[in-house]
Design a protein around this ligand. Structure first.
Ligand SMILES: Cc1cc2nc3c(=O)[nH]c(=O)nc-3n(C[C@H](O)[C@H](O)[C@H](O)COP(=O)(O)O)c2cc1C
Length: 204
């Protein structure tokens, strides 16, 4: 049975475009998959703390060698990884912030990209362990970052998210993007995003 992990990251709540587009997608998608289950995580309302020195030591220590201090430091990360691995699909909504992603999302990513749990170090290099999964990125941007636009080359949001989730094994990644939400493109982009939602809700 399909199990979705739905993650919102915008600090804006009712006024957030990324949240409302992701919600609209899931409402439509669930009509096609009534049996699916969803776990919801709100990183803006429940941010994870920044990692610290003890956390980093725990990350690079084999579990058998954990002290109570290291075990305690890595406990939340373990819970988040368990939750992440329990899903086979991800719906992640994110605003573009300063050409990339909100800090709460970066902090979450630091918690779930873990050796031995979500990636392995092999003789042939790194290997993602989160395979056979799909992700949908719902991205909102104030300016025009459409492919071919003047800002396209400095979009560190989508390329970063695709790279880091690809690193842990998630390579099947679809996108719903709304660009130019603070300029005259806004209505056209929201309409285009809603049209993509309809198509993807029936096919994803
Ligand atoms: C701190 C901050 C940084 C932002 N940086 C960018 C940016 O680099 N590029 C851009 O196009 N829009 C930027 N924006 C605008 C947001 O991406 C835009 O308002 C988007 O709709 C926010 O997502 P939300 O509607 O889901 O909250 C920024 C907004 C804030 C508050």
């Amino acid at each position: 049975m399909t199990h979705i992990l739905h993650i919102d990251t915008s600090p804006r709540l009712e006024r957030s475009h990324s949240r409302s587009l992701a919600r609209e997608f899931l409402e439509q998608w669930k009509q096609h998959h009534p049996e699916a289950t969803v776990t919801y995580r709100d990183l803006a309302l429940n941010p994870v703390p920044y990692i610290d020195e003890t956390w980093v030591r725990a990350k690079f220590t084999p579990e058998d060698d954990y002290t109570p201090e290291l075990e305690n430091a890595i406990a939340l990360s373990d819970q988040l990884v368990d939750e992440f691995l329990a899903a086979d699909r991800y719906v992640l909504s994110a605003p573009m912030y300063n050409f990339s992603i909100p800090a709460v999302l970066k902090s979450y990513i630091d918690y779930i990209v873990r050796p031995r749990r979500t990636f392995a170090v092999t003789q042939n290099g790194f290997q993602g362990l989160v395979t056979d999964r799909k992700m949908l990125l719902v991205q909102a941007r104030g300016s025009d970052f459409r492919p071919g636009s003047a800002y396209d080359a400095v979009n560190f949001q989508e390329p970063y998210l695709k790279t880091v989730f690809g690193f842990i094994g998630i390579t099947d990644i679809e996108t719903i993007n709304a660009n130019g939400l603070n300029i005259e493109l806004r209505d056209r982009e929201i309409a285009a995003a809603k049209s993509t939602i309809q198509t993807l809700a029936a096919t994803w």
